[in-house]
Design a protein around this ligand. Structure first.
Ligand SMILES: C[S@@+](CC[C@H](N)C(=O)[O-])C[C@H]1O[C@@H](n2cnc3c(N)ncnc32)[C@H](O)[C@@H]1O
Length: 261
């Protein structure tokens, strides 16, 4: 997976987890979990969410995480063991496009920041819906990268870089705004949508979470920006950082629905 488009590593995911913690909590609440239930986390990464979910379903419940990246799955299993929930949580290598589970096997399924990497998000939501029991909940938290915003005087370049991130660095950078439509197409009921604003005042962290090294390099390679423009953009962001005034934000979308009985 390390060469895959939009690949992120375990350390990056731990940093982002701190930023998205309130949205994560909200997404767990939307699952309406009770003790003893079975829940699936699709694109589970290093197991940040499965470990918390295991506490919500208790020792009689079952939590399964699935991820295409064997390294993430190994890390998730290691972290679950370290957290003392290794017996309750299973992490497996697998493709979200074809989930290796029976229809209706779970009371609820969720995913977070998976859809932005997908070429076929509708198929993955169909799979999540299939493996959820009738009446069970499906919850997806994802980003609308069109909303990325920097306090910069280079507003035209900023928009071009935002498009490079959404349209070239990621497979599906506008995933958040698609969720309501995708949920409707699956026939999910009681659909709710929440917008989740995130911001940071830490420039080095922003460079990481907005993949700025890759975005700037791709923009130059694709002829969308010049080296000189990117140099001015970076210099201004660095100056803002030095003055303690750096600010950047982005919006996520949390969609939840219930599978028809
Ligand atoms: C941005 S990370 C998010 C991880 C985790 N949900 C979190 O919030 O910390 C996206 C994850 O989706 C996984 N992924 C991408 N495409 C996948 C696919 N087709 N099937 C399963 N997992 C996939 C990646 O390996 C990665 O771990």
């Amino acid at each position: 997976m390390s060469n895959a488009k939009g690949y992120v590593d375990v350390d990056y995911l731990k940093l982002v987890a701190e930023l998205t913690q309130p949205a994560k909590e909200d997404s767990y609440a939307r699952l309406h979990l009770q003790h003893g239930q079975r829940v699936l986390d699709v694109g589970c990464g290093p197991g940040t969410d499965t470990i918390t979910l295991s506490r919500l379903v208790g020792p009689e419940g079952r939590v399964v995480g699935i991820d295409a990246d064997a390294e993430m799955v190994a890390k998730a299993n290691e972290r679950a063991r370290a957290a003392g929930v290794g017996e309750l949580v299973t992490h497996k290598v697998g493709d979200a496009l074809s989930l290796p589970f029976e229809a209706g096997e779970f009371d609820a399924s969720r995913s977070e920041r998976l859809f932005e990497h997908l070429l076929h998000p509708e198929q993955v939501l169909a799979e999540m819906t299939r493996v959820t029991r009738p009446g069970g909940r499906v919850v997806v938290l994802d980003t609308d990268w069109a909303t990325v915003s920097f306090d910069t005087p280079h507003t035209d370049l900023e928009r071009r870089l935002a498009r490079v991130l959404a349209e070239h660095v990621l497979n599906n950078g506008y995933s958040g705004r698609q969720l309501y439509r995708l949920f409707k197409h699956q026939g999910l009921e009681d659909i709710t949508v929440e917008l989740v604003p995130l911001f940071t005042t830490h420039y080095s962290f922003a460079r990481l979470i907005f993949c700025l090294d890759t975005v700037e390099a791709d923009a130059v390679r694709l002829g969308i920006a010049t080296e000189e423009e990117c140099g001015h953009w970076r210099a201004d962001l660095e100056a803002a950082d030095a003055d303690g005034e750096f600010f950047a934000s982005v919006g996520m979308v949390l969609a939840a629905g219930r599978k028809t009985e």
